[in-house]
Write a protein that binds this ligand. Structure first.
Ligand SMILES: Nc1ncnc2c1ncn2[C@@H]1O[C@H](COP(=O)(O)OP(=O)(O)OP(=O)(O)O)[C@@H](O)[C@H]1O
Length: 648
């Protein structure tokens, strides 16, 4: 770090003032982009346009209603037009409204809820109140712009711009904006780890993290046990008496940490809407713990008392009696609120670890609560402004992530271009580099041939495959036969010269019918060799190709449980066998956003035992990065022509 930014001839670090003045308008742009993508804005011309943009799903029927989940109603919808929902941009946890299919754009909703589960064929939404009428007619769901996120980010910028210099993060802010160098504790600590299986790079990273005084970056390439390491750091910190705020941008990443901490009996609490939490972490939810507290019991008794008094009030005739009852009700209501607040405060006070999404850290319930350490997992996928929501509450931070995988999605093209998506993780890696960073170097997912391309291309060849995975292949799995399809860790199926050109769909997304058929044919061969379809994933950079693949899958009974996704949507996941359909095949040799190294890095590194790339080598080799990838595959993979899959 002493050889910092300036001596390497880099531009001077971003100042806090610059950061605030750059980011404030970009958050507005992003908020506008989200609002205009949602149908509720007056600018949306028609519902059909919204469906095309993916922000509405039309022609739905209600197929199931269930109650549960702390008082919520779970309603399942399917399409009235086919087995698969039309292409859409709904995600789990999105806020949606339900309307009759034919209602005008501005009309009142039957109900508002949170997307609970998404399948190809159905969508389940958690509503606070069941929409009692109107469920027997054709319905539609519309995505609602989530303004809360932007408001909390804007508010955080305001806090950063005034006054917080006196808060718990006062020194941290100076370090993260390059005004003060990061420091490291000189004390040497011996590490007795909770997890006995940690490898050398994980142990080294943990020791370095524990001795960091302000900031530490845990760089976790694919499959290297980043979350395993984060969990050990939290356990060690709690053992040393720290109160920890642990966050991530996504709910699933937060739940992942909760699940792994629970077996160690850590005193923890998970903030968040119950519909956004995994069922297995509901016990740790703030709502559940508040309900179990003494103060909550008292608040409940008070509510019962108020009910009785309200009954008396209705019957009372005399003015004075009425006045007395009202006075008593007011006092009780105040007492009830105080008890509720105390119940929440008790839970937070007693927790050693508070876990929430970054946006959730803005909760008023955390006002005035400070932490010794803020941990942010998946930090390379979070907007920097969102990170600051959590960072302002602590004096030290540990960020875990991999800036060589995909960054957060930014909807506004302009905001993206002007730097909204540049992450704090990446900025700090540039600013302080190795002085504050440890990279994990043993990976537990991929066959070494799958790993080596990514390691060489993006991680200076520093990654090694753990012996338990280095040579694992599909036919090692029980029930899978050794066949030409299951033998190789790498496969390249070339469509060059096979007449499999790309096409555009109505919304200008690219697809390739020939490739889709080959991808499905390969998946079928794997299943015929005994591999269960749940172990296979087909991923592709293009949304239109996902829809096409799903349509083909719906015709294949044995492939029901095969997963199909965009590459971006599959980040953080893995499958035994991954098929990548690259799509681009054209005479101009245009490859679009395939050239983003990070996207191909994510795509290839999802595979545990087999990675099969289907592409037109002639088109994609036009880009030098992709050309090197093809050369790597030509050298190490089984090479097949796509015609071998179509001429059967
Ligand atoms: N030291 C270890 N010994 C054996 N297995 C390990 C070790 N560390 C991690 N693993 C295993 O490696 C896999 C990936 O671990 P983890 O989920 O912590 O990784 P991650 O880096 O967060 O994943 P991703 O690549 O999705 O970001 C898990 O199955 C985990 O059990």
């Amino acid at each position: 770090m002493e050889k910092g930014a300036k001596s390497r001839g880099k531009p001077s670090p971003l100042t806090l003032d610059q950061f605030i003045s750059i980011m404030a308008p970009l958050i507005d742009l992003e908020k506008e982009a989200e609002i205009s993508a949602s149908i509720s804005s007056s600018s949306s011309k028609s519902i059909d346009v919204a469906q095309k943009k993916g922000s509405a799903i039309l022609n739905l029927k209600c197929v199931d209603v269930q109650t549960g989940l702390m008082g919520k109603s779970l309603i399942e919808f399917q399409s009235t037009k086919g087995d698969v929902l039309p292409a859409h941009k709904f995600g789990t946890h999105d806020v949606v409204v339900l309307k009759p299919n034919k209602a005008d754009p501005g009309s009142a909703a039957l109900g508002q809820g949170v997307v609970y589960r998404l399948k190809d064929s159905s969508i389940v939404v958690a509503f606070d109140d069941i929409p009692e009428d109107g469920l027997n007619i054709p319905l539609r769901l519309e995505k609602v712009a989530n303004e809360v996120t932007y408001n909390s980010m804007k508010n955080t910028l305001v806090q950063l711009s005034k006054g917080v210099q006196k808060g718990p993060a006062a020194d941290l802010i100076q370090v993260l904006f390059g005004e003060k160098p990061p420091t490291i504790s000189k004390k040497t600590m011996s590490l007795t780890s909770f997890n006995k299986n940690l490898d050398h790079s994980q142990k080294e990273a943990i020791s370095k993290a524990l001795s960091s005084r302000d900031v530490f970056l845990l760089h976790g390439p694919p499959g290297t046990g980043k979350t395993t390491t984060v969990v050990e750091i939290i356990l060690q910190e709690v053992k040393n008496g720290s109160k920890v705020l642990a966050c991530a941008a996504s709910n699933i990443a937060v739940d992942n940490i909760v699940e792994r901490l629970v077996p160690y009996r850590v005193r923890l609490v998970r903030f968040g809407h119950p519909a956004r939490l995994l069922p297995q972490v509901l016990e740790s939810a703030l709502d559940a713990q508040v309900l179990r507290g003494d103060n909550s019991g008292l608040a409940n008794d008070i509510r019962k008392e108020m009910k009785v008094l309200n009954g008396k009030l209705l019957k009372a005739k005399d003015r004075n009696t009425k006045r007395e009852i009202r006075k008593e009700l007011r006092a009780l209501s105040k007492e009830e609120r105080t008890r509720q607040q105390l119940a929440v405060a008790d839970v937070i006070k007693n927790a050693d670890v508070v876990l929430t999404t970054l946006t959730g850290a803005f909760s008023r319930k955390l006002d005035g609560v400070t932490f010794d350490l803020v941990v942010i997992d998946e930090a390379a996928q979070a907007l920097e402004v969102a990170c600051w929501i959590a960072l302002l509450k602590g004096s030290r931070c540990i960020l875990a992530g991999d800036h060589l995988q995909l960054p957060p999605t930014v909807q506004s093209v302009e905001a993206e271009r002007k730097g909204l998506g540049k992450t704090l993780f990446e900025r700090l890696a540039d600013l302080y580099g190795e002085a504050v960073t440890s990279m994990l170097t043993v990976q537990y997912r991929m066959h070494e041939l799958i790993m080596n391309w990514s390691s060489k291309e993006l991680y200076d060849s520093k990654i090694e495959a753990h012996s338990s995975v280095a040579r694992h292949v599909l036919y090692d799995i029980e029930g899978v036969q050794r066949s030409s399809s299951t033998e190789s860790a790498l496969l390249l199926i070339d469509t060059a010269g096979c007449d499999m050109e790309e096409k555009k769909d109505e919304e200008d997304s690219t697809m390739n019918e020939g490739e889709a058929a080959v991808a499905i044919a390969h998946a079928k061969r794997l299943v015929e060799s005994g591999l269960h379809a749940t172990n296979i994933g087909i991923i592709t950079p293009y949304a239109a190709q996902v829809v096409l693949l799903k349509t083909l899958r719906s015709k294949e009974g044995k492939l029901k449980e095969l997963e199909i996704s965009t590459v971006d949507g599959f980040q953080g996941r893995e499958k035994e066998a991954i098929v990548i359909s690259m799509v681009r095949s054209n005479s101009k040799k245009e490859v679009g956003f395939l050239t983003d190294h990070r996207r191909m890095n994510v795509a290839v590194t999802r595979a545990r035992r087999q990675c099969c790339i289907i592409c037109d080598t002639d088109t994609v080799s036009h880009d030098s990065f992709l050309k090197r990838m093809i050369e790597y595959f030509e050298e190490h993979a089984e090479y097949l022509s796509a015609s071998e899959y179509t001429n059967v």
